[in-house]
Write a protein that binds this ligand. Sequence first.
Ligand code: AMP
Ligand code: ZN
Length: 493
Amino acid sequence: MQLYKEQTLRIHNSLTGKKDVFQPINEGHVGMYVCGPTVYSNVHLGNCRTFMSFDMIFRYFKHLGYKVRYVRNITDAGHLENDADEGEDKIAKKAKLEQIEPMEVVQRYTVDFHNTLQLFNLLPPSIEPTATGHIIEQIEIIKDILEKGYAYEANGSVYFDVIKFNKDHDYGKLSGRKLEDMITNTRELTAQDEKRNPQDFALWKKAEPQHIMRWPSPWGDGFPGWHLECTAMSTKYLGETFDIHGGGMDLKFPHHECEIAQAEASTGKSPVNYWMHANMLTLNGRKMSKSTDNNIYPAEIFSGDNNILSKPYTPAVVRFFMMQAHYTSILDLSDEALQASEKGYNRLMEALDSIDKLKTGTKLDFDVATWKQKCYDAMNDDFNTPILIAQLFEAVKHINLIKEDKESISNEDKAELKKTLQAFIYDVLGIENQSMAKDDSNTLNGVMELLIDIRNEARAKKDFATSDKIRDQLVALGIQIKDGKDGTTFSVN
Ligand code: AMP
Ligand code: ZN
C-alpha cells in the first residue's frame, strides 16, 4: 500500500490562512509549480533556502508514494527592475552592462543556479520551462483576457484591468489586501501614464527601439509582463487548476495575486488549490537580497572566503541548518547558528554510522514503531522539519544508550530504525552523509600510500615484476600513478 493512504498531510494554505488537509485533484498524483529564479546574477543563500524548502516538500510527496510533476521555471525575460512595470528588464540591463547577449547572461546564471542547487543536493524538477520558450502561449492568454474584457491595449502595450476584474472577482484574496486601500495608498496617475489605474499591471509591454529582448505580437514588437509567464507555464504543464503553487513569501504580492487574476480572468476557474509560501533567510536581521549588499553566496560559505563566518561549512551542514527551521519561519544566518548545526549534524551522522555495530538483545527499551509514526506526524503537520529533527535526535539518544549497554534493541527494530533514519535524513530532508565520503577518501588515501611505498621498495630492489604489477592493476581499476620530482602521486578517473 502507498504510504499516502496511511498518512494525513496538512498544508498551510496561504489562500485560506489555515492548515488544510491535502487532497490531490487526481488520486496518487501531485502537480506542483514553484516560481524559479530570474537568471541575471548568481543565486545567493536566501534564494537557495526557498528552493531547498520546496525540494524537501517535493521529496516528502515522493516518499509518500505520490507521482509528482514538479514544474519550476526559469525567468529569462520580462522581469523588470520595478514591480510597477517600470525600469529596465533585469537581464537586458545586465547584458548591456557586460556587453554580451542577453542569452549569454541567461546561460551563465542558469548554469550557476543548477550547479549550486546540485551541491545542496536538490533534485531536479520534472520540467524546467523558460519564459522565452513560451511567448506564443503568453500571447494566446493575453488575447483571451482581452476578449473577455479584463484587459485593454494602450499604445502597443496591454494592461490587466484590475478594477474591472475586482467587480466580478476578488483581487487581493491571497495577500489579504483590499483594492480600496491599495487605491488610497498609491500615487495618482500622471498624464504620461498609459494605465487606467495604478493597480493595473502589464501583460505585454511595447519594446522601445533600444530594447533588445523583443518579440512580434498582435500589438507590435514587445515582451511579456513578468506575472504572465507563470500563468502560461503552470497551466500548460499542470492544467487550468492544479494542486500546489509555491514561491518565496515576497512573491505573494503582487506576483501571485496577479497570477490568480490572470488565470481567473482567462479560464473563470481558481488556478491553484494550495498556495504555499516559504519564508525568508535573513542576515543581520534583514532580508538577504540581491539588490542590497546584505547577502552571502554559497561559494563564499564553502570556501570560508567571507567576512561573516569564522570558518568554511559544507553544503550538507548548511542544508541541515536550513532544515532545522520550519519553512514558514524567518531564519537568520549566523556563525553561532552554523556552528551549532555542524555539531548536531556530526552527532546525527555518527549515530547513523554506528547502527550496524549495535549489539542486539531481547529486552526492548525503544519503541521504534511509535517513534517512526511521530516522525511522520511531524512531517504531516505542514512539513514540520524542526520537530522531525527533534525526533531524529530522540533516536540518537537511544542509539547512544544502546551503545553504552544501558538499553537494548531487537534485531528487527534495529533494521527498522536504520531504514527509517536513512529515509528521513537522506530521502526526505535531502541531507547527505558527507562524513562517510570523507572517511572513504581517507581510507583510499591510506591504501594508496601503502601501495606506492611497496612499489617504490620493489623498484629500489629492481623487482620490476612487482612494481609493474601494482601499476598495471591500478590502471585496470581506473587509478593512474604518476612519478614526479616530488614523489609519486595518483589520480582516479
Ligand atoms: P528571484 O530570482 O529574485 O526571483 O528569486 C528567486 C526566489 O528566491 C523567489 O522565490 C524569492 O522569493 C526567493 N528569495 C529571494 N530572497 C530570499 C531570501 N532572502 N530568503 C528566502 N528566499 C528568498
Ligand atoms: Zn512566478
